[in-house]
Write a protein that binds this ligand. Structure first.
Ligand SMILES: [Zn+2]
Length: 239
């Protein structure tokens, strides 16, 4: 057999083993991390790796409203009135979502729970379902790194394409490569706005890390790259 061919077979073999291992894992986990910590990227890599589904509060609220379920109608009424959707309502919708078939192969909660009361309620919900979380991953990224990451982002006003003035600028300054629209900084991505969001995150959500540390399933990852986060999760699963 030619060397290149051998290498190809070896790779295929490794892929089969990896797929098999991952299927056994059926991960159920929560991703914590400040805005700009890279939760979205890590979530995509993880769900691709093990076939689990990514669940965020925003997505399930929108889906419940679109499906016109009883809870969805209540959520829609609250949002129309400009009210926050209550924790009870969110927990009800989350409970229905977690009982759907696709969650049997694992799920990844992204941006939920946001507060200690939600974490307490989730604990009760999962206990009722006879389920347990495998781990809670807290992605820690230094504030200056997040500020640098988010304040250099620019968005096309026309098609929503995202650029970065440092790492991925449009070919012509301020003009979208794809549609020619104006490429500008979003109002919520100025240094002041991001600083505020980080403060709110720390106040509301960072205590969750302590909560899950006491529960014994917290994995803190101090990393600036998504790959490093994935490696830390794999290491923890293997241990
Ligand atoms: Zn564009």
């Amino acid at each position: 057999m030619l060397r290149a061919e051998k290498a190809k077979y070896r790779l295929k073999f490794l892929n089969i083993i990896e797929t098999h291992l991952n299927k056994e894992q059926l991960m159920k986990l929560i991703l914590l991390g400040a805005p700009g910590a890279g939760k979205g990227t890590v979530a995509k890599l993880l769900t691709k790796m093990d076939g689990s589904v990514q669940i965020s509060t925003g997505d399930i609220l929108r889906a419940a409203v679109a499906a016109g379920t009883e809870l969805g109608k209540q959520a829609q009424a609250a949002m129309k009135a400009g009210d926050l959707v209550s924790d009870d309502l969110i927990m009800g919708i989350m409970g229905e979502r977690l009982k759907e078939d696709d969650c049997k192969s694992g799920y990844l909660l992204d941006g939920f729970p946001r507060t200690i009361p939600q974490a307490e309620a989730l604990k009760v919900l999962l206990a009722d379902m006879g389920e347990e979380l495998d781990m809670v991953v807290d992605i820690q990224v230094a504030k200056d790194v997040i500020l640098d990451r988010l304040t250099t982002r620019r968005t096309c006003e026309g098609c929503g394409e995202i650029y970065n003035v440092k790492s991925n600028p449009p070919k012509e300054e301020g003009k979208c490569d794809k549609c020619g629209g104006a490429v500008t900084q979003r109002e919520d991505e100025t240094e002041e706005a991001i600083s505020n969001r980080l403060d709110v995150y720390n106040e509301m959500t960072a205590p969750l890390a302590s909560f899950y540390e006491k529960e014994g399933n917290l994995v803190s990852v101090n990393a600036t790259s998504s790959d490093a986060v994935i490696d830390a999760i794999k290491a923890k699963l293997a241990s």
